[in-house]
Ligand binder design. Structure first.
Ligand code: RIB
Ligand code: CA
Length: 308
């Protein structure tokens, strides 16, 4: 039986790679892709989710949720993903009509399959928090939520304290961290261990395939952007998070009590964990602490070959 998943994302190039793998994965039934602002504006994120579906033409089309315009991200990551979020590739897309808001699509999808749906969040937690607010029982009806973001001991990437997804909507992140849902967090401590050099371009699906054509257009931009920041390799944070759902055997996790700072000039968006010798906070999530980096890299390369 394929695992029912919702993928909430702010595409974004690493989101896009994760979506390519997920949408061609026979062990996943991707019921919905719900867009949220983050790497790019909410409007652009909704458009990009649609572009990705049209470009890669997956075997099964999920429903598409439109990012909320009510919450504007505090910053963006266009310097890494391009002003359009997909490597300035200039993809055209057919008009989108009558999309449901992402938060409503999350509610409807979970309600239609209570206790069966895994939500994989690859961007700020705006939509999930809004869905939990819209339907207060929803948090207990989600099978598990697997979250890309935060840090335990690693430095932030937006600033020394905060990781991008948490920084962009700390109030929503705190609401989700404090929700009754069973949670797995995949923090930068782990996702930044996957580093890919230019050789990775030789492992993309063949250019004759839809995914090969698409990734061949967006990934080179990512390498140029990272090189402009002085880094010869790229991170695919959201692919690592996807693999926490697909290949959990490659991850070590530990029960932890975590929360999110929502105020403070220097610390807003920081994820804070009670790691005292005798913790007082009640554990509220599984946190990925170690990955088998070479096995994750192999799974990525094999997964892309299968897609091709
Ligand atoms: O901090 C990395 C995360 O922020 C990734 O999900 C990336 O796509 C951005 O959303
Ligand atoms: Ca993302």
């Amino acid at each position: 039986m394929a695992r029912k998943v919702i993928i909430d994302c702010d595409p974004g190039i690493d989101d896009a790679v994760a979506l390519c793998l997920a949408l061609y994965e026979p062990r996943f039934e991707v019921l919905a892709i719900t867009a949220t602002g983050g790497n790019v504006s909410p409007q652009q994120a909704s458009r990009n989710a649609h572009v990705i579906l049209e470009q890669i033409d997956p075997p099964r089309y999920p429903r598409l949720g439109e990012a909320s315009l009510h919450h504007l991200p505090r910053t963006d990551a266009k310097q890494f993903h391009g002003h359009d979020g997909l490597g300035n590739s200039g993809f055209r897309v057919s008009d989108l009509h009558h999309l449901h808001p992402s938060e409503k699509l999350i509610c409807d999808t979970v309600r239609a399959a209570p206790d069966e749906v895994t939500i994989i969040t690859l961007g700020p937690l705006t939509n999930v928090a809004a869905a939990f607010q819209r339907d207060p029982e929803l948090a207990s009806l989600v099978d598990r939520i697997i979250i890309s973001g935060g840090t335990v001991t690693a430095s932030g990437n937006v600033n020394p304290a905060a990781e991008f997804n948490m920084f962009n909507d700390p109030e929503s992140a705190r609401a989700v961290f404090r929700s009754r849902t069973t949670k797995t967090l995949v923090p930068l401590d782990v996702t930044q261990q996957l580093t890919l050099t230019l050789d990775f371009l030789n492992h993309l699906p063949k250019r004759g395939t839809s995914v090969g054509e698409f990734l061949g257009k967006i990934i080179p931009f990512f390498f140029r952007a990272y090189r402009q920041k002085g880094q010869e390799s790229i991170h695919l944070h959201d692919v690592v998070t996807l693999f926490a759902a697909l290949h959990p055997e490659l991850f070590q996790t530990t029960e932890m009590a975590g929360d999110v700072e929502t105020s403070g000039d220097l610390t807003t968006g920081a994820t804070v964990f009670d790691r005292r010798l005798t913790p007082v906070w009640r554990p509220n999530m599984e946190v990925a602490t170690e990955i088998d980096v070479s096995a994750v890299t192999d799974c990525l390369i094999r997964g892309l070959a299968e897609v091709g």
